[in-house]
Design a protein around this ligand. Structure first.
Ligand code: BV8
Length: 244
């Protein structure tokens, strides 16, 4: 993976996609690893609109437990989150970080050119007035919307299966302009995120940084396997040494 080969003098426009694997070393569960969230909960029960309509208390409880874990002082951004924030701060070209994660570890590490395409754990959305508000405590089926006051109309501001991910137009524009696409800590199991590499691979350099080969690993120019807290700082040092 070497942008110089194309004789480019300008720094590549970078799009980075992250998944649950980047937060694993901060102590947050992934989805599909052995001890993952989907080993304990059925997707259709806790990560679909139908599951929420069927049993809102169960779904609110699932996200309340994850929100509580995020408030644990032991859960902090790790070296991989911090390295990406440093890359953004010093990158001379275009940069966008798209995360599938609903935790706030990229935000707390200082990333700002950041899109949470699957929503955010610490926010709620009102089904009555559609306001998105801060939800750092527990939500119950009786919780009232801070904006319009409607009770029992709050849901997690999270994208469930069958729902449209957020800011897809902005993501599409960044992918159209990107010269380097880097996928970090994701199994490549969920679309449309898993399809991004396919969209760009004919004209951009593509790199996977993951604990093990993802489902789409064969689609990348290069794949490096190991822990994110090792791979990502090394990748950022390499990029800033060449272009910073
Ligand atoms: C949509 C909710 C359309 C928030 C999530 C058939 C074919 C293609 C698509 C579909 C299909 N059937 C249905 C679909 C669509 C569906 C889909 O893709 N289904 C899959 C199962 C086939 N997708 C959707 O429904 C999406 N919406 O398509 O809308 C549409 C179009 C127009 C109009 C309306 C609608 C919505 C998908 C979003 C679902 N919500 N989460 C939450 O609860 O968190 S998905 C959930 O899983 C995550 O958000 C994440 O995005 C996704 C993938 O998980 P990963 O982040 O990759 O985590 P995972 O555990 O899988 O992997 C972790 C990786 O890290 C592993 O590889 C591991 O090796 C690695 N790792 C672990 N530790 C480390 C590490 N790496 C480095 N270091 C470490 N330390």
């Amino acid at each position: 993976m070497d942008a110089d080969l194309r004789g480019d003098m300008k720094p590549p426009n970078i799009v980075i996609l992250t998944g649950a694997g980047i937060s694993q070393e901060s102590g947050l569960h992934t989805f599909r690893d052995g001890d993952g969230l989907w080993a304990k909960h059925r997707i259709e029960d806790v990560a679909t609109p139908e599951g929420f309509a069927r049993n809102p208390a169960l779904v609110q409880g699932f996200y309340n437990a994850r929100r509580a874990q995020l408030r644990d002082p032991a859960v902090q951004p790790n070296a991989a989150h911090q390295a990406l924030a440093e890359l953004e701060a010093h990158w001379p070209g275009e940069f966008l970080l798209v995360t599938q994660n609903i935790d706030n570890l990229h935000d707390r590490a200082g990333s700002s050119r950041l899109i949470h395409m699957h929503g955010e754990l610490a926010k709620a959305r009102c089904l009555r007035c559609h306001a998105v508000t801060v939800a750092d405590g527990d939500l119950t089926p009786e919780s009232a919307c801070p904006e319009c006051g409607a009770a029992g109309k709050l849901r997690p501001h999270v994208v469930w299966f069958g729902e449209m991910p957020l800011q897809m137009e902005r993501i599409g524009a960044a992918l159209d302009a990107c010269d380097l696409f880097v996928s970090i800590g994701t199994s490549g199991a969920v679309y449309p995120a898993a399809g991004f590499v396919q969209e760009v691979r004919h004209r951009a350099d593509t790199l996977e940084l993951n604990l093990e080969p993802s489902e789409g690993s064969h689609l990348f120019d290069e794949a490096r396997h190991g822990h994110a807290t090792q791979l990502v700082p090394g990748f950022v040092r390499e990029m800033l040494a060449k272009w910073g």
